[in-house]
Design a protein around this ligand. Structure first.
Ligand code: FAD
Length: 618
């Protein structure tokens, strides 16, 4: 350990993760905190990091208030409907009322927006989506963050949060390591904003073997956003609400632009519209939710899954009609070339030309995230003017740890934020963090050397495990003394898949399976003390795995706690197959005791702040 250099950085605001929410937070922190020291730490390089690294073809959350297209209330109704009634409406409204200003800044900063030639407005793809030429989306927002921060640290993975020693339950910064130099980095900060994205690769993926690493959500989204707060005892919410996505098969290409802009549609192997076949069956499970418009994402998945189980596959996206129009054909390809190149490559490699052949769709493995049609994440305070007392404790987007804020995928309860809403939530969190620091006044944060040295030992232990254990084997990768990160990852994915409702069990689980899964996760945690890393890159893999494992434990505890099937098509509790509004029209909360590692669960009330409208979420 002696030769590892320690680098200290003291700052006011530390932003962990420089993706959409992190760049938004860094930018806004400078606006309100002109004289504050603002530092952003990113695991990759913020120019091309996070879920938007490859670019996007649409901004999925734009109200269009200037043209009277939608109001924030409409978006709350939409998100509530899609999440089967359960969202934090205060958070959703707060994001929606500010998101347009974010998009207008993107426009000013040079993001090429498509325009409706007749009206001059942004070109709509759907009710909430506007179309962009978004290959350079990420470098553009990264530039705003780079100009705002005192310093951006790339290639540093944050592994732990530091706690203030002078006050219980107050954050004091974060630590991590540089995966190129190996240096140990200590960031002491008055406020920390966690914006570290969602969690992919916690469930066994469909793409294994030669396709390993391919996922829908970014493969580098490793659940740090959840593991960091969970480890220090922050409350989490709705962690059971993982998301499954209907996507183009093998390349995970998104279907949004195809449905909305190209007006393509799906049918089963026999050429039938299969969705309506499952209406009565779904109604028995969820009641009137199936009659909502638009049909909630999970229920559309449900029809897909049932149809495939009943032998109606493969399910196809009918592209052969739309692609006869040369303009739509170009859009269809560009959509992937600017966002998910892998899908275009898969089609090329399988001789699929969507002009002449309808490509297959599939349902993905589950992901944990807070910004899409799902809302897992940290339990945060809402804004003062909107939130009921149970949802408000002083500073917008602050977790149940003082000084610890969240944004984007990190934050639970506020679905359908997407790229623009995540950036917006970063801005909201940063504004509140500045206020928090101003209110702190002269009060100092105390983080002693002992705390930092302890973490140093813990962080680099996988290197030591490998160095010592490697001597026991002469060849191969199987050692009696350590497991490699990839071995641990595959074990985690198998546990989550088989016991917590992954693809190989058709998303089905029950209390007995979940309890068994928790036992296996406990054993995995014990073995992760013996994970071995041969270099700094593998050290990152080791810590990604540990964060994924902790996130998975929380997901499993939540899934066990909620005794109903609230989102058929995302997962099923076989022992409680129906939506149970009487007992479970509520939010779920968990807290892991940092000393004992035990989770406690509770219900939180659900407040409907925005009224129903005659035509909900139309
Ligand atoms: C294939 C795909 C298509 C999508 N399509 C659209 C679309 O069309 N329109 C739309 O609006 N949205 C779309 N989205 C959603 C959008 O990208 C996300 O909602 C948004 O990026 C979430 O923002 P975030 O900041 O929470 O996470 P991210 O943008 O993923 O940022 C998280 C950042 O944290 C970093 N990080 C993680 N762990 C650590 C750590 N321990 N230490 C330091 N840094 C860390 C990561 O490297 C990353 O840079 C799509 C996403 C994907 C994957």
């Amino acid at each position: 350990m002696g030769k590892i250099k320690t680098v200290y950085e003291d700052c006011d605001i530390l932003v962990v993760g420089g993706g959409m929410a992190g760049t938004g937070a860094t930018f806004e922190a400078r606006y309100w905190g002109r004289d504050l020291k603002i530092v952003c730490v990113e695991k990759a390089n913020i120019d091309r990091s996070g879920a938007v690294a490859q670019g996007l073809y649409a901004i999925n959350c734009y109200m269009g208030m200037q043209w009277g297209e939608n109001q924030p209330e409409d978006h709350v109704r939409y998100a509530r409907n899609d999440l089967m009634g359960l969202v934090r409406e205060d958070l959703g409204y707060d994001m929606a009322r500010h998101v347009d200003s974010t998009v207008h800044m993107f426009d000013e900063w040079g993001l090429p927006m498509m325009r409706n030639e007749k009206t001059g407005r942004y070109l709509r793809e759907g009710k909430w989506q506007i179309m962009i030429h978004g290959e350079s989306y990420k470098p553009i927002v990264a530039e705003a963050a780079k100009k705002s921060a005192d310093k951006i640290y790339n290639r540093i993975m944050i592994t732990h949060l530091l706690m203030d020693e002078s006050k219980e339950n107050r954050v004091g910064g974060a630590v991590g390591f540089n995966m190129r130099t190996g240096n140990y980095h200590v960031f002491r900060a008055k406020a920390v904003i966690v914006a570290a994205g969602g969690a992919s690769h916690i469930f066994k993926p469909r793409a294994v073997g030669e396709g390993m690493g391919r996922t829908w959500y970014a493969p580098w989204s490793n659940g740090s956003a959840y593991a960091l707060p969970i480890a220090v005892g922050a409350k989490m919410t709705q962690m059971e609400n993982r998301i499954v996505l209907t996507r183009f098969k093998d390349g995970y290409g998104p279907v949004g632009a195809y449905f909305l802009h190209l007006k393509t549609y799906t049918r089963n192997g026999k050429g039938e519209n299969y969705e309506k076949k499952w209406y009565e069956q779904t109604k028995k499970l969820v009641g009137e939710y199936i009659d909502h418009h638009p049909v909630p994402t999970c229920l559309r998945n449900h029809a897909f899954i049932e149809e495939v189980k009943a032998g109606g596959g493969p399910i196809h996206m009918v592209t052969t009609e739309a692609f006869q129009d040369p303009h739509l054909e170009v859009i269809g390809w560009e959509n992937f070339l600017g966002m998910t190149i892998g899908q275009a490559v898969v089609w090329a490699s399988q001789n699929i030309d969507p002009k002449y052949e309808d490509p297959e769709l599939t349902t993905s493995e589950p992901y944990v995230m807070g910004s899409h049609a799902t809302c897992s994440g940290a339990w945060v305070s809402g804004p003062e003017d909107l939130s009921p007392p149970e949802y408000f404790w002083g500073y917008n987007r602050m977790m149940t740890i003082e000084g610890l804020f969240g944004a984007g995928d990190t934050v639970g309860g506020s679905a359908h934020k997407f790229s623009s809403g995540s950036f917006t939530e970063g801005r909201l969190a940063a504004k509140a963090a500045v206020k928090y620091i101003q209110d702190l006044g002269d009060k100092k944060i105390e983080v002693n050397d002992e705390q930092c040295e302890n973490f140093k030992e813990i962080i680099y232990k996988p290197l030591e495990n490998y160095k010592v254990g490697r001597n026991e084997i002469t060849a191969g990768t199987v050692s009696p003394s350590y497991i490699l990160p990839i071995q641990g990852l595959q074990r985690l994915q198998k546990i989550m898949d088989e016991y917590c409702g992954g693809i190989t069990v058709n998303y089905m689980t029950n209390a007995n399976l979940l309890k068994k899964g928790l036992g296996l996760l406990d054993m995995l945690h014990e073995d992760l003390e013996h994970v071995g890393a041969e270099d700094y890159h593998q050290l990152m893999r080791a810590w990604e795995l540990k964060h994924r494992a902790l996130t998975s434990q929380c997901v499993t505890e939540h899934t066990l706690f909620r005794e109903e099937t609230r989102w058929p098509g995302y997962y099923y509790r076989g022992d409680h197959m129906k939506v149970d509004d009487k007992n479970w029209h509520c939010l779920t909360l968990s807290r892991r005791d940092p000393k004992t590692g035990k989770f406690t669960m509770e219900k939180a009330p659900l407040y409907h702040i925005v009224d129903e409208k005659k035509n909900e979420a139309s």
